[in-house]
Design a protein around this ligand. Structure first.
Ligand code: GLC
Length: 547
């Protein structure tokens, strides 16, 4: 496996709306992010992934782009963006931009033209079809549902046709079959690359190829052609981080996207482990998750991509609930320990770890009392639909509290002052009320905080290449519902990670404890003086040994 900067990187994801507001309008902005560049440098991350900052009417908080070459006015100006790039580069931090090219906003100039008639120059920029009924308007072209509830089609009287929107109505899907569309996208990518960006995170990139009969939209027939063409046209000859967001991908498919010789993507964000608590009814059908299932999935990805392609490592982002609430224990007693334990897992597997803003503080899910307190379009559409079906607000809130995207989008906690120091105005989304306890200022002053533990993990990654590159993933105690014990090897050394996912002491299997005795403790989330026992793990304990 070749060595590259992006395999060794630790990426920090910023959701700009919620990171830091510099002008008191309640919305985070680019100048706010730049003002925290020292914070990022202190943490030690080596790259930032910026969720979309392009012009947008914000139907989906920037994932609906109306101008790919302009900055959203809420966030500032192009000059602010250039200042941010300089602030990051000046500290040795690279900048990865979000690339949202499965769809645009319906307010994009292309769509404004496209919706007017069937034969203008932009007529084929989007996916238009006739309806199925007696009149075109009667029934949509097929029964695809939108990821944000309801049909994936909207009737447009201007053309007497329907357009496809896999996401919100205001997010029409681009027609990648049209070479002009592809050319525009590559051109836009070169625009940002020439400005100095270091890579792209590609939004739902495995949905860009739909077969002409519209039977599939994930991993469609021309997806690999398109990505290879994108490489030739926009990415080749530059040393970039590329990560594709790819729901519905298993390791076999992933190796086509990230295979070292394929010239497609550097890594993908897979979703299998995000489904461990999902019942048959999908995302909102929450069921208890089992550690054995999580281990099965993560282990499979570790083994099957080893030597073939590169993994990304994440447990949360702007679309997922907070990891300590979902996979750890966010009670006051165990929040810090379990957040560190989960971090240990992410940073000791093969792949590039992604930290979502606030994760390094152990930020938790939020429980707003009313559905109307939520801003996310996915939550709003879904709850409107479900209320109409007769479900109660209390029942829906239960699912939203557990799984809703706004859990991750409440503003970042900087200090214990008003609105956690995020804004001098009224925050665009409610704050998590626990900010007096959980905030950056406090965490930085406390050597035992989650923040300092992340710093140590990141520093270790820079010191020991085995953390990034170690392979030959092996597991012990695979049947345990509490202990996760695994090892990796690299150039004659071995790394052993022992994790306790429960709030009780757990004795280790013979093999794991024997190996632990042979190694040197690299990092752990209990202080040495607390009586480390090679034979067992304390609640939410994490230990990493190097031999
Ligand atoms: C991706 C983004 C998500 C967005 C969706 C549509 O899943 O991460 O935030 O809503 O695509 O762009």
């Amino acid at each position: 496996m070749t060595k590259t900067w992006w395999k060794e990187a630790v990426v920090y994801q910023i959701y700009p709306r919620s990171f830091m507001d510099s002008n008191g309008d309640g919305v985070g902005d680019l100048a706010g992010i730049a003002s925290k560049a020292d914070y990022l440098a202190e943490l030690g991350v080596t790259a930032v992934w910026l969720s979309p900052v392009y012009a947008s009417p914000n139907a989906d908080n920037g994932y609906d782009i109306s101008d790919y070459r302009a900055i959203m006015s809420d966030f500032g100006t192009m000059a602010d963006w250039e200042d941010l790039l300089a602030a990051l580069h000046g500290r040795g931090i690279r900048l990865v931009m979000d690339l949202v090219v499965n769809h645009t906003s319906d307010e994009h100039a292309w769509f404004i033209e496209s919706r007017k008639s069937k034969d203008g120059p932009y007529a084929d920029y989007y996916i238009w079809r006739n309806g199925r009924g007696g009149t075109c308007e009667e029934a949509p072209p097929n029964d695809w549902g939108s990821w944000f509830s309801g049909s994936a089609w909207k009737y447009e009287s201007g053309r007497d046709q329907w357009y496809l929107h896999l996401f919100a109505e205001k997010q029409p899907d681009l027609n990648w079959e049209n070479p002009k569309v592809r050319g525009e996208v590559y051109d836009m990518m070169r625009f940002w690359l020439d400005k100095g960006v270091d890579g792209f995170r590609m939004d739902v990139i495995n949905m860009i190829s739909k077969d002409p009969a519209l039977t599939v939209y994930m991993n469609g027939p021309r997806i690999h052609d398109f990505l290879q063409e994108m490489n030739r046209e926009a990415l080749a000859g530059r040393d970039l981080l590329t990560v594709g967001e790819t729901p519905g991908v298993d390791p076999a498919l992933a190796s086509l996207y990230v295979g070292e010789d394929r010239r497609e993507l550097g890594m993908v964000f897979q979703f299998e482990h995000m489904g461990v608590d999902e019942g048959k009814g999908g995302k909102w059908d929450v069921v208890p998750w089992k550690l054995t299932r999580l281990k099965e999935i993560l282990g499979k990805w570790q083994r099957e991509l080893d030597g073939r392609g590169w993994n990304s490592l994440y447990l949360n982002n702007h679309d997922q609930p907070r990891m300590v609430s979902r996979f750890g224990n966010d009670s006051p007693q165990w929040r810090v320990k379990s957040a560190k334990m989960l971090a240990t897992m992410l940073h000791t597997m093969q792949g590039t770890p992604y930290i979502y803003q606030g994760e390094e503080l152990g930020m938790t899910n939020v429980r707003f009392p009313k559905l109307s307190d939520y801003e996310d379009i996915e939550i709003r559409n879904w709850s409107r639909e479900q209320l109409a079906l007769g479900r109660s607000e209390a029942e829906l809130l239960k699912a939203v509290h557990y799984r809703g995207r706004d859990n991750a989008r409440t503003p970042m906690h900087w200090n214990a002052g008003p609105n956690a120091g995020f804004t001098a105005g009224k925050p665009w989304l409610g704050m998590n009320p626990n900010y007096p306890e959980i905030n950056a200022e406090r965490a930085m002053a406390d050597p035992d905080s989650v923040f300092h533990y992340y710093k140590r993990l990141i520093a270790l990654r820079k010191e020991y290449p085995i953390l990034a590159y170690g392979g030959r993933f092996r597991e012990w105690m695979a049947e345990s519902e509490a202990v996760y014990a695994y090892g990796r090897e690299f150039e004659g050394s071995r790394l052993l990670t022992l994790l306790n996912f429960s709030d009780r002491d757990q004795s280790l299997g013979e093999m794991a404890s024997t190996l632990a005795k042979r190694g040197r403790l690299l990092i752990g989330n209990y202080a040495d003086g607390e009586g480390t026992d090679p034979e067992s793990l304390r609640p939410y304990e994490a230990r990493v040994y190097l031999a």
